[in-house]
Design a protein around this ligand. Structure first.
Ligand code: ATP
Ligand code: MG
Length: 770
């Protein structure tokens, strides 16, 4: 094809152009975040087509996510000024390998319509094998074996290639079980994720003729996020690249964040050795972020050892410092971020007006998302969760809520249907049909139908006994839920215990199970904001009603891992607390490699921000109604002061609301609304006494306070004891006026004029005007 003018080249700096225009031989683009690696890679694809060097189906381009693949196709299309018809080999490693394996399945003993097992299936299969081999599954859980096998597959080891040094694994049986497992998969005509690559590598290694065909076909190979490839992927690439040797890899050793999944940053470091004569391009100009953001990110990553080390600069002059703020607790953090997002939409904070699409909240752990979802739903802020269903749509949450629904209304047949055999109670289709019929004939609810069936001895055996225990449970729980003074949080916990639902996930050895248990804890936490289960369920029902697909701008909530390669004008990074970020596991580990990976994750997070980056931490998080205080992340200390603005928690305005000051001003004559404001400030004042602020004080960023625990106790005492005492008249939004009978921690026992005696959380009441 004729060489057309190439405006896309004008958008690039000289180093990028070099990477795009060096078409022959291996090229490595090794550069920091936001330097235009992906942009250059995309331009290179366009350039290959424009110059006629390759047709779309001769280009193999590997991206890290399917989303990135779609975006790259779009970008290439834009550069070319036309939609790209068929770039069949642009996708993730997995997507490309599925395609190859379907073509050649028979070479590894599969049929081309093989199924791909998800992790659940994989574990179930392994469990069967373990049991069949008479191995004690409790001591040798299937999940552990799955991890082992995944690790071997990531290293491209088939059973016979697993080195002798690994023979001791899994009670000496590891490799043997791995072999059985592979045989089982073959009989089932199935593969797991790891197999996708492994099988293709095996095919290439055993069939040089076939390999040669592909080597010829793929004239150009391009790989984004190369720092996160594992050994199997690396071998696969090397095999294919040996033909034309036109391989272009781009990456950043500082952004290697998948070591836990077998990625080897060493791959990028030895590229020059593997591909002799490689042309190495370094990009140093960052086009994404303002100088303060860049400097903050560099400061953090600078604490890692064994880096290649890169210079990053930006032509940008202005911009906000990275903002740092500490909060009393996770809810407060979510509330504040919600307010900030609304402010940014109005063009506050000295920024241009931002759309919700311009903003993202990047969390370390997905259970952090719930607080934000709740808050945003309450204030009607549209959001999207990337990389997983929204909190209330998750399986375990829906199950748990079905149980709660039955406690508040035992006639909720849909809820009953959902959980009658979850966890497994030996109630198959037949048994469930019997319940349906019994209910229909008597014209009663399913729960009552089940009772009838049991009393008529229409169901016996294990299923009958378990059903009996379930309907008895529902009876007990709903009695309890009707008692006006019941503690709905305790009730919810009991329901999940007594129904066997919690145990069901505790006994589950799949990798998802711990996350699901985390989410159940989060659910219990969410209940604290409500007076009873009913109120909570209504809240969620309203949320779900809002689910109808709305278009329009939305705030993005996603994990840091998922955010790789993306960028947003404003980024919020919540939960920077030791134990959460860095994770507890990385802190407990011996050596620093885990911590260094967490630090790279921090670097990835900060460098997603273009104009505004806000890091926050909470002094306390509530778990099961218990305060757990946390230290601010050690990464916070690594943020260079000159580029950080420490924000004062809202409501304080630099004033001193120490506990003593609070006590003095909390006189009974204060008007109701002032009182509520004061309570809010009291809790915020406590932020000052948190460990985070003490560290901040050491840096001169906050004023000194006394011992944190003392100060906190004083504030809590103040809230519950000084501010309210027996005999005080108070007002509660839902229950109206009442008189305090007693105080218990942060709860008040109140005799309401109309609603009767109840225990409510102190912060939900205000002092009544006398
Ligand atoms: P990451 O390491 O985070 O994946 P990256 O190196 O892949 O980052 P890109 O996403 O390609 O960086 O580019 C970052 C931003 O800079 C994008 O908005 C891109 O459009 C812009 N950009 C890249 N190169 C240039 C350039 N030469 N001129 C102007 N803008 C550029
Ligand atoms: Mg990129």
């Amino acid at each position: 094809a004729a060489v057309r003018p190439a405006p896309y080249l004008d958008d690039l700096n000289p180093a990028q152009r070099e990477a795009v225009e060096t078409l022959d031989g291996p090229v490595l683009m090794l550069a920091g975040a936001g330097t235009g690696k992906t942009k250059a890679l995309t331009s290179r694809i366009a350039h290959l087509m424009v110059t006629g060097r390759a047709r779309p189906n001769e280009i193999l381009a590997v991206t890290f996510t399917n989303k990135a693949a779609r975006e790259m196709k779009e970008r290439v299309g834009r550069v070319l000024g036309q939609t790209v018809e068929g770039m069949p080999w642009l996708g993730t490693f997995h997507a490309i390998c599925v395609k190859l394996l379907r073509r050649h399945a028979e070479l590894v003993g599969l049929k081309s319509n093989f199924t791909i097992l998800d992790t659940d299936d994989q574990i179930r299969l392994l469990k069967q094998l373990i049991v069949a081999e008479n191995i004690d599954e409790k001591r040798w859980p299937a999940r552990q074996l799955a991890g082992l096998i995944d690790g071997w597959k990531n290293r491209a080891w088939t059973p016979e290639k697993v080195p002798a040094a690994e023979a001791a694994a899994f009670d000496q049986r590891g490799t043997e079980l791995y072999d059985y497992y592979q045989q089982r998969l073959r009989t089932l005509n199935a593969v797991d994720f790891g197999d996708l690559l492994l099988h293709v590598v095996t095919i290439f290694q055993t069939r040089p003729d076939l390999l040669e065909q592909y080597q010829k076909r793929f004239k150009y190979i391009l790989v984004d996020e190369y720092q996160d490839t594992n050994v199997a992927q690396y071998m696969w690439l090397r095999l294919l690249a040996q033909g034309h040797r036109n391989i272009c890899c781009v990456g950043d050793d500082d952004q290697s964040i998948y070591g836990w999944r077998g990625a080897e940053v060493g791959n990028i470091l030895r590229f020059e050795k593997d591909f002799e004569g490689a042309h190495v391009v370094r990009l140093e100009q960052n086009y994404r972020s303002t100088p303060h953001i860049l400097a903050a990110a560099s400061g953090v990553i600078g604490a890692n050892e064994g880096r290649l080390g890169k210079t990053l600069w930006t032509a940008e002059q202005k911009g906000e410092k990275l903002r740092l703020i500490g909060h009393w607790d996770g809810e407060e953090e979510a509330r504040w971020i919600g307010e900030e997002i609304e402010a940014l939409q109005r063009g506050a904070r000295g920024m241009r007006v931002l759309s919700l699409d311009d903003m993202a909240i990047l969390v370390r752990a997905s259970h952090q998302m719930r607080a934000f979802e709740d808050r945003f739903l309450t204030i009607g802020l549209p959001y999207r969760v990337i990389g997983g269903p929204r909190f209330y749509e998750r399986l375990e949450i829906r199950d748990a809520m079905a149980y709660f629904r039955l406690a508040t209304s035992p006639d909720d047949d849909l809820a009953f249907e959902r959980i009658v055999n979850t966890p497994k109670r030996g109630l198959g289709d037949k048994a469930r049909q019997k319940i349906q019929i019994a209910a229909r004939e008597a014209g009663v609810t399913l729960v009552d139908g089940a009772r009838l069936l049991l009393s008529e001895k229409g169901l016996s055996g294990k299923g009958g006994a378990e059903l009996r225990s379930l309907v008895d449970g529902i009876g007990r729980w709903s009695d309890e839920a009707r008692r006006p003074d019941h503690n709905h949080i305790e009730l919810a916990e009991r329901i999940l215990e007594e129904s066997g639902y919690t145990a069901h996930w505790q006994n589950d050895k799949t990798p998802e199970a711990p996350g699901r248990l985390e989410n159940l804890k989060e659910l219990i936490k969410a209940l604290e904001q409500f007076e009873n289960l009913q109120g909570f369920l209504e809240h969620v029902a309203l949320i779900m009603d809002n689910e109808t697909e709305e278009h329009g701008a939305k705030v993005t909530i996603m994990t840091l891992h998922g955010a790789k390669g993306l960028e947003f004008p404003a980024v919020f990074l919540p939960g920077w607390e030791d134990g959460l970020f860095p994770s507890q596991r990385s802190m407990d580990e011996s050596g620093t490699s885990g911590l260094e990976e967490e630090r790279r994750l921090a670097y990835v997070g900060i460098t997603r921000a273009e104009e505004l980056c806000t890091v926050s931490f909470a002094a306390n998080r509530r778990v099961y109604g218990q305060w757990q205080s946390a230290l601010p992340s050690r990464f916070i200390d690594e943020l260079p002061e000159a580029h950080v603005e420490v924000l004062t928690p809202p409501g304080l305005y630099g004033g001193s609301y120490g506990a003593a000051g609070m006590a003095a001003s909390a006189s009974p004559s204060i008007m109701a609304n002032q009182a509520s404001e004061l309570h809010e400030k009291a809790s915020r004042a406590d932020v000052y006494s948190s460990p985070g602020w003490r560290r901040m004080q050491a840096r001169g960023a906050a004023r000194p306070v006394s011992q944190p625990s003392e100060a906190r106790n004083m504030v809590i005492d103040m809230q519950a004891v000084s501010a309210y005492g027996a005999g005080d008249r108070v007002f509660h939004k839902k229950f109206g006026y009442g008189t305090v009978l007693a105080t218990e921690g942060d709860k008040l026992h109140i005799e309401f004029d109309k609603a009767g005696s109840k225990k409510v959380v102190a912060k939900f009441v205000v002092e009544a005007e006398r």
